[in-house]
Design a binder for this molecule. Structure first.
Ligand code: ADP
Ligand code: ZN
Ligand code: MG
Length: 492
């Protein structure tokens, strides 16, 4: 969390924060943006390089078709319009890990503009955040400051990342709180993962975010001066950095100072931002059209071909899961945060008797055990068939929820699928009416207060009796039968 500053809630409430995000996303193409080098994370330093990405004199770039297709797919997924003819430009600056002395990017004619990402606001109502533009560019290499015997005096350069295709997605300054910024990033990542254009892995730097933030007095006609917080490597830290930065800027203004336009770095250990470099004089990148690349033309026909690969996106899928399977909005939302999880659910739901039961077992019992074991869904010992059988047995009341939990525990400890474990360990079940009735009588006799409540009209108390009898039966009472008999007995 961010380091707290000593500002009263009354003072904070006078100001309106304004936030705009710039997100860089590496595309999962096989090769780099402008050469045939492998586009792969890691690798022996300086092995995925060639004259083009090293910027050697005379080497000519050629544009990666797959990068264009991914950029168009991503742009369309966030509702952008595609510019039929876009232009690559050189953005000139010197940086040690960028051997060409410039970055190939797009400037005044980006490939896509005018998108929108819908986020929940503080009340949960949908709020539309404008996407100014999505443009294509290339990544720089990496400076390695640590980890070598002489790191105290030297910096090493790894150029493997040079020329990796990126898209940069720039939002309008439409975000108003750090929470909205968090939601925006979550939605954006979700959509990009669905399209498959990036793995959005923040630890490996495939998704990076610069957060611009300013504050102004509420009702002011003009935005305040912004600061840019660079390269924070998780959404939670971005939220914390914004919280800190908002308070810092308000503190500056309250002290009669002015906010300086600058880039700042987030220090996670200290929970605060530091000034990195002043942006007071606008950086002059001397943009000019890249002379070695022709204008990029993505005509209607090509756009149509690209869009054929557009999957159903999370928002649409959410609505469909509610409509088709009768799921709650909450369950549908959780199941669609991850495309694979949604696919897994739908495959199981199609063959199971109760899709709702499948959702509940998948989202509670299975997810919990995967998390505890530290494994992904793809590594789950309980496969699709296992989930379907478990859901059907639970739905039919042939196993109690306690037995289900025990069986799943066994699956996860032994690394075996549900059908095998169920056949081998077939749990005892008491389906003898008189035996269950005897247990119910016992519980009723022991809990006169709850019986009175039930008789007084609080029928939900029945669940209490079901739970108690389950305990007495060590989880072996047939749940369907038990439910029926409890109500009958209490009503008698
Ligand atoms: P720059 O020229 O410094 O790059 P841009 O106008 O291109 O600034 O905007 C970069 C990002 O900063 C965008 O995401 C935009 O929404 C955001 N932004 C612009 N002005 C402000 C402001 N006053 N406060 C907060 N964010 C802003
Ligand atoms: Zn290369
Ligand atoms: Mg800009």
């Amino acid at each position: 969390m961010s380091a707290a500053l000593a500002l009263s809630p009354e003072v904070l409430a006078k100001y309106q924060p304004v936030i705009g995000l710039e997100v860089h996303v590496q595309l999962l193409t096989k090769t780099k943006a402008f050469c045939g080098c492998k586009n792969e994370y890691g690798g022996e330093p300086n092995t995925h390089v060639c004259p083009v990405c090293l910027g050697l004199p005379g080497a000519l770039p050629f544009l990666n078709k797959q990068a264009v297709e991914f950029a168009v797919l991503a742009a369309k997924a966030i509702g952008c319009e595609i510019r039929e003819t876009s232009i690559f430009s050189r953005k000139n600056y010197f940086y040690p890990d960028s051997p060409k002395g410039y970055q190939i990017s797009q400037f005044d004619k980006p490939i896509a503009e005018h998108g929108v990402i819908v986020v929940p606001d503080a009340t949960g109502a949908p709020k539309r955040i404008g996407v100014t533009r999505l443009h294509m560019e290339e990544d720089a290499g990496k400076s390695l400051h640590d980890g070598f015997p002489d790191s105290a005096t030297r910096t090493y350069i790894d150029l493997n990342r040079c020329g990796t295709p990126l898209i940069e997605i720039v939002s309008e300054p439409d975000l108003r709180t750090p929470d909205e910024a968090f939601e925006y990033l979550t939605k954006l990542k979700e959509i990009l993962l669905y399209t498959g254009v990036s793995d959005c892995n923040m630890e490996e730097g495939s998704l990076r975010c610069d957060a611009n933030v300013s504050v102004m007095l509420k009702g002011a006609a003009q935005y305040g001066t912004k600061a840019e917080v660079k390269n924070v490597n998780s959404f939670r830290y971005i939220r914390a950095a914004l919280e800190y930065e908002i308070e810092r800027q308000i503190g500056v203004l309250e002290d009669g100072g002015r906010v300086i336009q600058e880039s700042r770095l987030w220090n996670n250990g200290e929970g605060r931002t530091y000034s990195m470099r002043s942006k007071e004089q606008a950086h002059d990148y001397r943009y000019f059209p890249e002379p070695d690349l022709p204008p990029l033309v993505v005509g209607a026909e090509w756009q149509k071909q690209i869009l054929a690969a557009m999957p159903e996106l999370p928002e649409a899928r959410r609505a469909r899961l509610v409509a088709d399977y009768g799921l709650s909005a909450q369950d549908a939302a959780t199941l669609t945060t991850d495309r694979e999880l949604g696919d897994f659910f739908e495959s199981a739901a199609k063959s199971a008797k109760s899709p709702k039961r499948v959702a509940s077992i998948l989202l509670s019992e299975i997810t919990m055990r995967l998390r505890a074991a530290g494994i992904e869904l793809g590594q789950s010992p309980v496969t699709l068939d296992g989930l379907v059988l478990a859901a059907d047995l639970a739905e039919a009341g042939e196993i109690s929820s306690k037995q289900l939990k025990q069986l799943l525990d066994t699956c996860f400890t032994e690394g075996r699928d549900f059908p095998f474990v169920y056949d081998r360990d077939k749990p005892q079940q008491i389906s003898d009416t008189s035996a269950i009735e005897a247990m119910i009588d016992e519980v009723i006799a022991a809990n006169p207060a709850q019986v009175a409540q039930f008789k007084g009209g609080k029928r939900t108390v029945a669940a209490f009796f079901v739970g108690q009898v389950m305990r007495v039966s060590k989880g072996q009472a047939n749940p369907a039968l038990l439910n029926e008999l409890v109500v009958k007995k209490l009503d008698a």
